[in-house]
Design a protein around this ligand. Sequence first.
Ligand SMILES: [Zn+2]
Length: 271
Amino acid sequence: MLANLGNFNPDTDSVKVEDMLEIDRWALSRLNTLISTCREGYDAYEFHTVYHAINNFCTIDMSKLYIDITKDRVYVEKADSFERRSAQTALYLIINAMTRLVAPLLSFTGEEIWQAMPHSAADNKVSVFLNLLPEVNPAYSFDKADKWEKLFDLRDDVMKALETARASKLIGKSLDAKVTVFTESPDALDHLGKFTDTELATVFITSGAKVVNAAAPENALKSEFGNPIAVLVENADGRKCDRCWCYSCEGEETEDSGFICRRCRRIIGNF
Ligand SMILES: [Zn+2]
């Protein structure tokens, strides 16, 4: 998180919460839950509650999901683009609140983070201990959080299928793959229909994704988690972009016989 806030000024570069991309708003809704749990834990002197909540937030909500999924946007999009600023705003708000929450338990670590991170004019930069614990922010509540959490449940099946494909040497990285989700369940179709193919590929960290309303073929991996879906992993179409490592059919050859996708071409302009 620190590494991705290097050129971020919270006072001038922040995106308004209501304008942020949905997955960034989901991350802030999880932050609200974390703040609420930690404050209750501190009030009751139940420090293990605080420790468990922060540990789960870091390993599952952040590491396994949010940071993994937004890595492409933060690394690949133009430095000052709306898409990147939206993710940076969420990262900033999260690290700011999380550092204040860990400081009573991990004082030196909390203070080191506070010294290394950017700050808004509202913060006391001198020490994390001269700032109050964060409070639950009503602006962070997000009515579409369920929609994303249900997708993350299905994502476990996709990750399992990608892992199997990696073990059998069909693919190396998940970006080498395209996935097809087969389902005949009206509920699953209705839910998955709320996402574009690009959003699904972003969440699965693949170079392509689609949903097909049909029975699964033999070679698709059936859900191990009780979801009414099966997942087929195949090699992605097109060529691998030298800049973002996604496979794409639309792009151009570079002077040194490399390949750059249309998205990256647009981002770097004539550079
Ligand atoms: Zn690219």
